[in-house]
Design a protein around this ligand. Structure first.
Ligand code: AMP
Length: 217
């Protein structure tokens, strides 16, 4: 089994790019956020334990997250792309340890680099369809709807999510820098670490990432 990691700040496009990479290279997509949300909604023992952290947007403790991840990896045979893991230096070290014990291989570690000013304009300009069943995403400059303020697909009203304000963005970035930086420093300089310029159009960024995966998958 080969493990690939993809990192990027809020607004870097990481989630959408990870989906495209998984489809193209037939990797198993493991999102710790999705697994934890599922545990909360099913009210499992872990779900009940992590419910409060999930609701506050604070990180779940490292031992719980590592336990979930390693249990999932036991059954995996094909390549895996992690989305949202590791999130702390302690998780990164535990993952190294797991890989060396199980004889699994480390694949590609990609960091999508987008300057702070671009991230802010992407997030603050984001509008989403208020109809939860639709949830289409727009941007006040980059992706306008045909009729101002109205969703092209379902005629729902477009809204700004409460965590997409400038103030919330700066709070999320402060948290991102405090926890991600020491974790990223752990990978920088390793031969499988690649930084990709994430400023271009989504297709351009995806093509640049695909070229890297061609080599590694
Ligand atoms: P996400 O969907 O990746 O934004 O994650 C949603 C929430 O799940 C986060 O705010 C954390 O509470 C929790 N979470 C997801 N991944 C991790 C992780 N690797 N370490 C700790 N908490 C996590």
């Amino acid at each position: 089994m080969r493990l690939h990691l993809i990192f990027g700040a809020p607004g870097s496009g990481k989630g959408s790019l990870a989906k495209l990479v998984n489809e193209k290279f037939a990797l198993t997509h493991l999102s710790t956020g999705d697994i934890l949300r599922d545990s909360v909604s099913k009210e499992t023992e872990v779900g009940l334990r992590v419910k409060a952290s999930m609701a506050n947007g604070t990180l779940v403790d490292d031992d719980t997250v590592n336990g979930i991840v390693f249990a999932r990896l036991q059954d995996e045979t094909r390549g895996v792309l992690f989305d949202g893991y590791p999130r702390t230096l302690k998780q990164a070290i535990a993952l190294d340890d797991f890989l060396s014990k199980t004889g699994s291989e480390f694949g590609l570690v990609v960091y999508i680099d987008v300057p702070m000013s671009v991230l802010e304009s992407r997030i603050v300009g984001r509008r989403v369809c208020g109809n939860n069943a639709c949830g289409a995403i727009y941007h006040v400059v980059r992706k306008k709807p045909v009729v101002d303020g109205i969703c092209d697909f379902c005629n729902g009203l477009l809204i700004q999510r409460s965590d997409d304000t400038s103030q919330a963005f700066h709070a999320r970035m402060a948290e991102f820098n405090a926890t991600y930086e020491p974790m990223l420093a752990h990978y920088r300089g390793k031969p499988n670490y690649r930084q990709v310029d994430g400023i271009g159009l989504p297709d351009e960024v995806f093509n640049a990432i695909s070229m890297l995966y061609e080599e590694y998958v």
